[in-house]
Ligand binder design. Structure first.
Ligand SMILES: [Zn+2]
Length: 267
């Protein structure tokens, strides 16, 4: 048996508990004997995580549900396997239902052909859909559901008291979850989600990757400014709103303007 190392009352992060990073952060939320998991990670680490839970003396039959923060393969590939072992249900945002139930390898980023990346994405049935404002209970503990789109359209976050299990919204170093059109990123929504986190009464952010950290307006503002800038940058392709250089080019072509400092060659 292991002794439990909760980070907050009723919240254990299983990599931290194990003293070893096995994959994405997996939060076990519990009250008395009842518990649930927020994400499960890759299929190959499911047995390790379940063994840790067993060693922590949580009855495997009391897993209320497995919750998906969003439909990216590194968070949810192991759901089908874990569900079978724990004989429980799966909970996700409505926009995660189709990719999870169909095992969509493109939307979950399990398959990136140009990088030669191809992983399995075992389909899994979703019994419960949750959306912003819903409350999930574990024993007497209340988990408030936030819908925080931006990284993906199905991204959820979960508030427990002054802690937000904040998903792939923001990490301790100011990085954010990957912006990629294929899994439904949206830059404006991302800015809104980050502003909501900044303006909330949440004191602690417990992300889906890396260490837990304090909700700090200065750090959030720096990231929000950077992300807002992406709306006008070619770097983000079809996800950008506009590219001001193309307006300048229209004007310069119409005016026949040569580059500054360049003289037209003699005819
Ligand atoms: Zn993700």
């Amino acid at each position: 048996m292991y002794s439990r190392k909760p980070i907050f009352p009723g919240i254990i992060e299983l990599n931290f508990q194990a003293g070893e990073v096995l994959g994405c952060n997996v939060y076990l939320v519990y009250d008395a004997d009842e518990w649930l998991l927020i994400d499960i990670g890759y299929e190959e680490t499911v047995d390790d995580f379940i063994e840790i839970i067993r060693q922590l003396d949580f009855p495997l039959s009391r897993c209320k549900t497995l919750v998906a923060t969003h439909a990216d393969v590194d968070h949810i590939q192991g759901l089908a396997k874990a569900k079978q072992i724990l004989k429980t249900t799966v909970t996700a945002h409505p926009k995660a239902v189709r990719p999870l139930q169909e095992g969509d390898t493109l939307v979950t980023l399990a398959e990136i052909e140009a990088q030669g990346l191809k992983m399995d994405m075992p389909p899994v049935q979703i019994e419960t859909q949750v959306n912003d404002g819903d409350v999930i209970t574990v024993g007497n503990l209340e988990i408030k559901v936030w819908h925080t789109p931006g990284h993906t359209d199905s991204q959820l976050a979960f508030q427990i008291g002054d802690v937000l299990l904040s998903g792939d919204n923001i990490y301790r170093d100011g990085c954010i979850g990957a912006i990629d059109a294929h899994h439904g990123s949206d830059i404006k929504s991302f800015v809104n989600s980050l502003e909501r986190i900044r303006d909330s009464n949440v004191q602690w952010l417990a992300p889906s990757h890396g260490p837990i950290f304090a909700n700090d307006a200065a750090m959030l503002n720096k990231t929000i400014d950077r992300v807002r800038g992406y709306l006008k940058m070619a770097d983000f392709g079809t996800l950008a709103d506009s590219w001001p250089l193309m307006d300048q080019w229209d004007e310069e072509v119409a005016a026949g303007k040569l580059p500054d400092g360049l003289e037209p060659p003699k005819q």
